[in-house]
Design a protein around this ligand. Structure first.
Ligand SMILES: Nc1ccn([C@@H]2O[C@H](COP(=O)(O)OP(=O)(O)OP(=O)(O)O)[C@@H](O)[C@H]2O)c(=O)n1
Ligand SMILES: C[C@](O)(CO)[C@H](O)COP(=O)(O)O
Length: 232
């Protein structure tokens, strides 16, 4: 009998964090008492249905062990020049470790350190019955503008069907690997690569709090939201 598909998390953590202005990879910046990446991994560790988590680091990374002491999950120093390449390196590592074509992989940005286990559970519940997979996302609540090179409004965009894509993004290993290989570094997320194959991933509403720490001011906001009791 074929065993039921298992669920794995893959955390790309090989970026340099240029936009954050931190002067170091932002996943190692201290937020509310510990490095950002430690918060992210703690949230994933609190999801019992995940069989294992693989963290993808840059080959030059020498900070992880001090930042996340005692980490018992999987690690691979196979990060690439783009997020898509880092994820592809991680998917190959999962295969080397025996993860199967039909197992589910939840790709989650190291930089989304406010993740709540209940949002991951909601994604899993929504995607497990579906063959395609899906992603956490948030309907856009602001009026959307397109800007020109001078910083002036070029157009107002109909926001009614627009969602901001977040992570985790959950697909079967075989499908997401095929999709990212076909699209390459141009894929800014897994879902867009899967969409390019003609498939329609499920949008699963999460929260604005699941934002990606990107700009200098985001560290302080994340720090406040990570205070005990703030989001729970
Ligand atoms: N070559 C890369 C680029 C990004 N990432 C990871 O992908 C996630 C989302 O990327 P982003 O927020 O853009 O992070 P950075 O690339 O580090 O930031 P920046 O674009 O400002 O340099 C992060 O967890 C980041 O570490 C990665 O693993 N490998
Ligand atoms: C995957 C992602 O977080 C979904 O919103 C986003 O696309 C990552 O973008 P970046 O180009 O790495 O900032």
């Amino acid at each position: 009998m074929t065993p039921p598909p298992r669920l794995f998390a893959l955390v790309p953590a090989a970026g340099v964090g240029e936009r954050s202005g931190a002067g170091m990879p932002k996943q190692y910046v201290d937020i509310a008492g510990r490095p950002m990446l430690a918060h992210t991994l703690a949230a994933l560790a609190a999801v019992p249905r995940l069989a294992q988590t693989l963290v993808v680091l840059s080959p030059q990374d020498d900070r992880f062990e001090a930042a996340v002491p005692g980490y018992a999950g999987w690690l691979a120093r196979v990060g690439g020049a783009s997020r898509a390449e880092s994820v592809l390196g991680g998917l190959a590592e999962l295969r080397r470790r025996g993860v199967g074509e039909g197992d589910w992989v939840l790709v989650h940005d190291a930089a989304r350190c406010l993740l709540r286990p209940e949002w991951v559970d909601a994604l899993i519940d929504a995607c497990l019955p579906d063959a395609v997979g899906g992603l956490l996302a948030q309907p856009v609540a602001d009026t959307l503008k397109a800007g020109d090179a001078q910083g002036r409004v070029a157009a107002t965009i109909d926001r009614r069907d627009k969602w901001a894509a977040q992570t985790p993004q959950m697909f079967r290993l075989g499908l997401v690997e095929r999709a990212l290989t076909a699209m390459g570094a141009a894929a800014t997320d897994e879902a867009s690569a899967v969409e390019a194959l003609g498939l329609a991933p499920q949008l699963v509403r999460a929260s604005m709090a699941n934002f990606k720490v990107t700009w200098p001011e985001d560290f302080a906001l994340a720090g406040r939201l990570l205070q005990p009791g703030c989001l729970a």
